[in-house]
Write a protein of this length. Structure first.
Length: 326
């Protein structure tokens, strides 16, 4: 009975933690909060990997080689997802997290080496128990000392790789768009092929070039980077027209950066029709609540007027779709 209760409460804890991770998203590309994240994908994966590491550490004790190998793979993947997807708007936060998880992966590597070393030692028939115990203690101390001394190196290496990955990708992409000069996206032939984005997440990363302030305290943005970011996003829309996440990147840009509420509502409705996943559905919900609050504020708190305006925006979107089709 106690085991059943422990399992049930563990599952509840895992589920609640997963929901908190899912909600850890800030749909505002110019947020000045240090931990503001563009999407919750990395946080959800991080929670899942951490949960699996704890399960491995406590449930696979009968298979030590498998245990340490799984922990090392999961810890390495934790560092990789932060380097690959760069979830935070502030660059230094991405590099810090990547460095910290690289430290975790390095410790897991030492654990993995010690586990396999210990397994080989215990199966060595040429040694007696006393010799095995002495060598085991020597190996453990050697690896522990090595781990402590090299942890700063792992931190710097992880942060350095993250910095290189972000800056090389962003500079290469922005150079291609800056070479086009001040031109409207609609006037560019082959817009989708200017830069071969890997996925919509990379589009969002490169579009963070809009985070340039003339006055940081007053939150006044520089206009030129805004135009460049919009061009990047429209190229991403041309490359991933059926991606709900890509449309939500544009929605967040329209709603929080250029403050174009009508266009934001129109694109939000388009995102709903593209079969979004659970993470994107939450962003749609949050942005929808923000839009509704803005409409209520515009109409002086009259709900009926707000609903009429929302219906008008949706009608305008549907009308433009009909015009394009015919």
């Amino acid at each position: 009975m106690r085991m059943v209760i422990a399992v049930v409460f563990s599952l509840v804890f895992i589920a609640v933690g997963g929901l908190f991770a899912l909600a850890d998203v800030t749909p505002n590309p110019v947020s000045q909060h240090w931990l503001a994240a563009a999407h919750a994908t990395v946080e959800v994966k991080t929670w899942a990997f951490k949960t699996l590491i704890v399960i491995c550490a406590n449930s696979v004790t009968g298979f030590p080689k498998l245990q340490v190998t799984l922990i090392f793979i999961l810890a390495t993947w934790l560092a990789y997802v932060h380097v690959r997807w760069q979830p935070y708007y502030f660059q230094w936060m991405n590099h810090t997290r990547a460095g910290l998880y690289s430290m975790t992966a390095f410790v897991a590597l030492m654990l993995n080496i010690n586990g396999w070393w210990e397994h080989t030692l215990q199966h060595d028939t040429s040694l007696d128990l006393a010799s095995k115990a002495a060598r085991s203690a020597t190996h453990a101390k050697l690896l522990s000392d090595l781990a402590v001394k090299l942890l700063p190196v792992a931190l710097g290496l992880g942060a350095g790789v993250s910095w290189l990955r972000l800056n090389i990708a962003v500079k290469r992409a922005l150079a291609k768009f800056r070479a086009l000069g001040p031109v409207d996206a609609e006037a560019i032939p082959g817009l989708r092929d200017i830069h071969k984005f890997l996925d919509p997440y990379e589009v969002e990363i490169i579009a963070r070039c809009c985070r340039c302030w003339v006055d940081y305290e007053d939150k006044e943005l520089d206009k030129e980077p805004l135009k460049l970011a919009e061009l990047v996003i429209k190229a991403g829309l041309a490359r991933f027209p059926q991606s709900a996440h890509m449309v939500l990147v544009y929605v967040n840009f329209l709603g929080s950066v250029v403050d174009s509420r009508q266009a934001c509502s129109s694109q939000l409705q388009a995102a709903k029709n593209l079969d979004p996943n659970l993470l994107d559905r939450y962003v749609i919900f949050v942005r929808g609540q923000q839009q509704a609050a803005h409409l209520l504020q515009q109409t002086g708190g009259h709900a009926e007027s707000a609903l009429d305006m929302a219906g008008y925006v949706e009608f305008q979107h549907s009308y433009r779709q009909v015009l394009r089709a015919h």
